[in-house]
Design a protein around this ligand. Structure first.
Ligand SMILES: [Zn+2]
Length: 258
């Protein structure tokens, strides 16, 4: 096969030589893809703005010796509000980082992940409001569903050590959670097992809903900044543990006051 078609999100762009651009993408049928858009940095490039970051594009690619060449690109959907808004850009960039740090060209394509990127980019593009709370909810939704589509949903209703069903009435303020065992711990196992983290009881409902509700429902839920922060850190720890990749998104958001 010397040429092929692909539908993909552009997640990263690097300069190559004087006029070319290497694009890293996540595609529907091939997973992670890289390709060269020749002449994309010329002022009168035939690609124009079509190969801009976060666009969903329909591509024609031809196999190259080292890198595949993008011969044609048509926009399927462009999320116009993202490049113009720093916070929106940051959150899409975090999504791109998680995808490209955890998936490689040899990973199997994941239709669920492709759809998830679409749903989240669309929500980020449409988000209004200045405080970043809505964007953080979308980001938590992305991370939870990322764990779900990659097969690493945490156990939140039974003890991850002894399998005991857990009642909804927790007496303390927080619940012990073991990232390595993949779930919460019952009061019996909690004190003995190695605890990697503690989940606030008041945030548990929000975290649970991230795995089963729609993105619209999540965005309409009330979640204070403490709960959002705890959920974000918890989900990031799970992704780091399961994918063995280095992420410091939470620290980065702190640095830029989000
Ligand atoms: Zn137990």
């Amino acid at each position: 096969m010397s040429s092929y078609k692909a539908k993909a999100f552009i997640l990263r762009a690097y300069h190559l030589g004087e006029f070319d651009r290497i694009l890293k993408m996540y595609s529907q049928n091939f997973g992670v893809l890289s390709g060269v858009a020749k002449g994309a940095r010329r002022t009168k490039s035939r690609f124009g703005a079509r190969v801009s970051l976060f666009n969903l594009v329909d591509l024609e690619m031809s196999r190259g010796r080292t890198l595949d060449i993008i011969t044609q690109a048509e926009i399927m959907e462009s999320f116009k509000n993202i490049p113009a808004d720093f916070h929106k850009f940051v959150f899409c960039d975090l999504i791109a980082k998680i995808v490209l740090k955890t998936q490689t060209a040899s990973s199997d394509p994941c239709q669920g992940l492709f759809k998830l990127i679409y749903v989240c980019f669309r929500a980020i593009d449409a988000s209004v409001g200045q405080n970043g709370g809505d964007l953080k909810k979308i980001m938590c939704f992305f991370m939870a569903r990322f764990l779900a589509v990659t097969g690493y949903s945490p156990l939140l209703d039974t003890c991850s050590k002894c399998n005991a069903e857990l009642s909804r009435s927790y007496s303390g303020k927080s619940i012990p959670f073991s990232v390595s065992l993949g779930g919460i711990l019952c009061p019996k196992c909690g004190p003995y097992a190695q605890k990697d983290t503690l989940l606030p009881v008041k945030g548990l409902q929000f975290i649970e809903s991230l795995f089963c509700e729609t993105i619209e429902h999540i965005r309409n839920q009330t979640a204070d900044s403490y709960v959002l922060d705890q959920a974000f850190q918890f989900l990031e720890k799970c992704i780091i543990y399961h994918t063995d990749c280095r992420l410091s998104n939470h620290q980065y958001l702190k640095k830029i006051d989000l």
